[in-house]
Design a protein around this ligand. Sequence first.
Ligand code: CA
Ligand code: CA
Ligand code: CA
Length: 171
Amino acid sequence: MNYESCYCFGNPKEAQFQRYENGAIYAYDNIAGDINGDGKPELFALSGQEGLFCYQITENPEKKWKQLLIGEGISGGIWPYGIADIDNDGDADVFSGGGPMTGDLSKRCFIWENKDSLGGEWIRHEILTDVECFDAVAGDVDGDGDIDICSKPWKGKTVYYLKNMLMERKK
Ligand SMILES: [Ca+2]
Ligand SMILES: [Ca+2]
Ligand SMILES: [Ca+2]
């Protein structure tokens, strides 16, 4: 198995799949979402060695995709768990957390703020420390209009809910 590249698989009528190499990091986890608001998905890929990246799919997806760096200096890997408008400013942001193999960033959770609404400039906000994060989903759990997060550690029965206090702060 090759972890060195990101691939796109086309779907022609006659063949099963045609493979194209579109990225160039050691990605081991990825997620899709519309980060620049154009209605088309971007791909997020995490490399423990190189960082968290957003890939803009080119007009011809068989060509190399445009790579945008979200965060660097990630030791051991942080997974991109959730894409949603977490700060309610109209663009999609990214939530990620550190699991047991995340090195210096283990037991820390972050919101990556999409500063320019295009995915080209990101601000990292640390929202939780000393709590392990492995797998998570983002959604409006309490129905108050802002995006909350549910997550869990690598092991154990604990599932936690991170309530977004955005609406409370507006009151
Ligand atoms: Ca898009
Ligand atoms: Ca946002
Ligand atoms: Ca909420």
